[in-house]
Design a protein around this ligand. Structure first.
Ligand code: GUN
Ligand code: ZN
Length: 453
């Protein structure tokens, strides 16, 4: 992996506090730890600070540098945004005054139709990739628009700036609000095949295609079925939306009276696999969650969007009890913030509101939500063999967090322990505290990369 200056990365050892999620512990703290990163960006070993000499010898690892973290710094795994609409970043923070279906017709489709223009696409996509990286999103699962070349541009920009990404050219053959913002079935399939072929041809190390039917209301049954087949034949990721809003669920039921549920509609079209991530799922029944579990499909919880569009409140505890994989998503721009720290806070708020409504509800802890933002997201995207925590052999996707940056948003009391420091960062921190971001060992923030066109 080349670094931004073009030179090969060298072997490095970091020494200091590490905090990550494991199978056993939602937020495991390792104080004065060592983490060795190989020249290919993979984690070579983890150990105790005092073992530097022994571990370097045991792993025949002669680092070019040993980097010591400062007192109030720690490394955590990079955050995984399991659901974000790159074109909608252009109006993030505005236009949240109506429910989902009206919102799509009034704001979303008119804006997305502008992404036929590659200059506009380049400008917005560069901004969204830079913004999310700066805020600690090392992996993003993007919806683009129906436009193949602009969607390819998003892949190029993510690769150039060093973000790990799944990129989807949106498929939709139904929409009654914006005349040209839809495809025929044939166009949608041909352009999706072209998108996948051209993206794979680039051989980007970290950017992959994802088959993206927008949602049931935007796609005919024929298109859904063909996309399911395409994903199956090529073992591709799939993303879409499900059960976000009451009105949407009602219309889907009317359209597919022979299906048992919204989930069953996707299942019958071969769109529920262990590489599928569905956004929202606020109104899924226990039977539907059982089908998610059975097929290995996952959910993306997007709490800012669910609240901003008054869509609903997902009961994450119930989803986890069903052992369905779940990550967090910003859902920009139904969600107004591109920061995964915001998704963490809104997920905690949502869980607390559910406890207000039902005192029996077991509120999520900040450690559990930390796990969802990192390891949970990697599982939801079926990338957990590569990323999600600091297991040896995984890629080094990490944030160097400093909670005491001058002028920053956090005050510490002298003896705050690492768990308290993590909690303060999750609740109060922002991009000023994320002093470095690494993806596959490459330092992408701060970056000397210039996007030249
Ligand atoms: N359902 C179908 N399309 C969209 C979208 O762009 N945003 C959200 N939040 N839900 C959707
Ligand atoms: Zn969405």
């Amino acid at each position: 992996m080349a670094n931004p200056d073009g030179a090969a990365e060298t072997k490095r050892v970091f020494r200091g506090t590490l905090i990550h999620a494991t199978r056993e512990e939602a937020a495991k703290v390792l104080e004065d730890a060592l983490l060795g990163v190989d020249a290919d960006g993979k984690i070579a070993f983890i150990g105790e600070g005092k073992e530097l000499h022994r571990l370097s010898k045991e792993f025949a690892f002669s680092p070019s540098s040993v980097i010591q973290l400062e007192k109030h710094e720690f490394f955590m795994p990079g955050m995984v945004d399991t659901h974000i609409h790159a074109p909608q970043y252009s109006y993030a923070g505005t236009a949240l005054d109506m429910p989902l279906l009206d919102w799509l017709n009034t704001y979303t489709f008119p804006v997305e139709s502008r992404f036929k223009d590659q200059n506009f696409a380049r400008e917005v996509y560069t901004q969204v990739v830079k913004r999310t990286l700066r805020n600690g999103t090392t992996t993003a699962c993007y919806f683009a628009t129906i436009h193949t070349d602009s969607s390819l541009l998003l892949g190029h920009i993510a690769d150039k700036l060093g973000q790990r990404a799944l990129v989807g050219k949106v498929c939709m053959d139904r929409n009654n609000s914006v005349k040209h913002y839809k495809e025929t079935i044939q166009e949608s399939l041909e352009e999706t095949r072209r998108f996948i072929a051209e993206l794979l041809e680039k051989k980007y190390a970290l950017v992959k295609p994802v088959v993206t039917p927008r949602f049931v209301l935007s796609c005919s049954s024929t298109l859904l079925g063909q996309l399911g087949q395409l994903a199956k034949n090529n073992n591709l990721h799939i993303q879409s939306h499900i059960s976000e809003n009451v009105e949407e669920v009602k219309i889907v039921k009317e359209m597919f009276p022979d299906s048992d549920s919204y989930t069953d509609v996707y299942h019958k079209h071969n769109l529920l696999t262990n590489k599928t991530v569905m956004a929202h799922g606020c109104y899924l029944s226990d039977e539907e969650l059982a089908l998610f579990r059975e097929t290995g499909a996952s959910l993306s919880h997007c709490p800012n969007s669910n609240i901003s569009l008054c869509s609903g409140l997902l009961n994450v505890r119930n989803v986890l009890n069903h052992k369905v994989k779940l990550g967090l998503g910003t859902d920009v721009a139904g969600g107004y913030s591109a920061s995964m720290l915001d998704a963490v806070r809104r997920a905690l708020d949502t869980s607390k509101i559910l406890t207000v409504q039902d005192p029996e509800h077991v509120t999520l802890t900040f450690e559990e939500v930390f796990r969802l933002a990192t390891l949970g997201g990697s599982q939801a995207l079926s990338l957990d063999s590569q990323i999600g925590n600091f297991e040896v052999g995984k890629d080094f996707d990490a944030l160097r967090v400093n909670v005491t940056v001058p002028g920053g948003p956090i005050d510490l009391i002298e003896h705050d322990k690492p768990k308290i420091i993590l909690e303060k960062f999750l609740n109060l921190g922002d991009d000023r505290n994320i002093v470095e971001v690494y993806v596959a060992g490459r330092k992408v923030v701060p970056s000397s990369e210039k996007l030249l066109y």
